[in-house]
Design a protein around this ligand. Structure first.
Ligand SMILES: [Zn+2]
Length: 203
């Protein structure tokens, strides 16, 4: 886990988001390989084990291979220039190396990636029952099968994108999510832009 990721993680417990405190036990360069993340708000502690931030068991979506490859995800997100973070959720993280190659200098966060995907330079891995990143903390999100049609994951992921930037998802999830402006849908995937202001009546 990239040490600076600490700033964009949120406690997965059901309370207002606040910062987590990192207590590293072992580092490899700028990556935390072992340690703990503590929540000052509720007192919860989460382990960083083998470089993976462990917030709890992921939702048990049926495992479906993603339709979009990493090159397609990178093209739809339109990440230009280095810096910041982008999240790849579930199957969308399977081809993270292609996203990394197309978006050089953007740190990728694999949230509940396939088992074969391990932390690496340029990729942090988080396992969590709920979307674990803070509001307005990301340059882009890609939601794999299952996640891209789940209203709670779509809403939380949309909130984590910086206004004006994009999310892509597999499934039909962006429909009722009013913080997203749909840009298009094709082949079972959607692409949308985070609205700069929430429309009236939305949370
Ligand atoms: Zn907490």
């Amino acid at each position: 886990m990239f040490i600076e990721l600490t700033d964009v993680l949120r406690c997965p417990a059901d309370h207002e988001e606040g910062y987590l405190v990192l207590l590293p036990d072992a580092m490899a360069g700028r990556d935390v390989t072992a340690g703990r993340l503590g929540c000052p708000a509720c007192g919860a502690e989460y382990a960083v084990r083998d470089g993976v931030a462990e917030f709890g068991a992921p939702p048990g979506w049926p495992t479906e291979p993603p339709r979009l490859d990493g090159t397609g995800v990178a093209a739809l997100l339109g990440l230009e220039g280095p810096g910041g973070f982008a999240a790849l959720v579930g199957g969308a993280a399977a081809d993270w190396q292609a996203v990394a190659a197309a978006a050089e200098g953007v740190h990728l966060v694999g949230v509940n990636p396939p088992e074969a995907v391990r932390p690496a330079p340029g990729l942090s891995v988080v396992r969590s029952p709920v979307f674990p990143l803070r509001q307005r903390s990301l340059r882009g999100i890609a939601l794999g099968p299952g996640y891209g049609s789940d209203p709670a994951w779509v809403a939380a992921a949309a909130g984590a994108v910086l206004p004006g930037l994009r999310g892509v998802g597999e499934g039909s999830g962006e429909g009722p999510e009013r913080s997203l402006e749909p840009l298009g849908a094709a082949g079972g995937a959607w692409v949308a832009r985070r609205r700069r202001q929430s429309p009236p009546g939305s949370a």
